[in-house]
Design a protein around this ligand. Structure first.
Ligand SMILES: [Zn+2]
Length: 247
């Protein structure tokens, strides 16, 4: 499998950039991404990954589209209300690149289907569910899978890539308290539409930086306030008390 003439035309303006060498274009073409949640972050994230030339994308989301989603979940329209997000997103994304290989699962990620994550090069969590984030973190830690945690609430974004090789650093090192499961969610405290969009785009850039070896994003927590446009990158350290350390 290689990019068709049509795809080379679609991505031509990007492929002339120096980061898109023949070798890197090949990496982009074969890289397999799994995205958990096609909501406020997942919509712009998947759109820009497909628009950047990624072809192998799997989506997990058991939710159906609601009117309250339309303010930020840009892949959906009013006619889609009631339909499954994953299936609708797939249809929309194929309109950008009909040759991409998108798999849509209309189900949430649980302990029953989590083993399927083993077949991907990177797992990206945009679920807005602490239970799901912690489940994925544990699985990715144990199986040395690259994992990006991406969350946005109110005007605040938190994104981090955990490489899960070498020195142990994981989401649980950062948020060890099980009570975090009760933390604020978009549903309860609100979310700025622009904030969700920026979170999706920053997550897309971190993914591309990782695939093309542009920048080592591992263990770097990016914190953004989209109201005052402040950005901080914090280098994470191993938490020796993390229950997943050496487990
Ligand atoms: Zn840890």
């Amino acid at each position: 499998m290689s990019y068709s003439d049509l795809e080379y035309e679609i991505f031509s303006r990007q492929f002339i950039l120096k980061n898109f060498s023949e070798n890197n274009i090949e990496k982009l073409e074969h890289f397999k991404v799994c995205i958990i949640g096609v909501g406020g972050i997942g919509c712009p994230l998947t759109q820009y990954l497909i628009s950047s030339g990624l072809k192998n994308i799997t989506l997990f989301d058991g939710d159906r589209i609601e009117k309250t989603n339309l303010g930020r979940q840009i892949l959906y329209s009013i006619d889609d209300v009631g339909k499954f997000k994953s299936v609708t997103a797939k249809k929309r994304l194929l309109k950008t690149n009909p040759n991409s290989e998108i798999t849509a699962y209309s189900e949430d990620l649980t302990t029953d289907n989590i083993n399927s994550l083993l077949r991907y090069d990177i797992v990206i969590d945009t679920s807005d569910s602490w239970y799901t984030s912690k489940l994925i973190n544990k699985f990715c830690t144990h199986n040395s899978l690259k994992f990006i945690f991406s969350s946005a609430v109110n005007y605040n974004i938190q994104i981090c890539l955990f490489k899960n090789t070498g020195n142990h650093i994981c989401l649980n090192c950062l948020f060890p308290n099980d009570e975090d499961i009760e933390q604020a969610r978009c549903e309860t405290v609100g979310i700025s539409s622009v904030c969700a969009g920026i979170a999706g785009l920053i997550t897309a850039q971190k993914t591309i930086n990782t695939i093309l070896d542009i920048k080592d994003e591992s263990n770097l927590l990016t914190l953004i306030n989209t109201e005052n446009l402040s950005i901080n990158n914090i280098i994470l350290k191993n938490n020796k008390d993390c229950v997943l350390n050496n487990s």
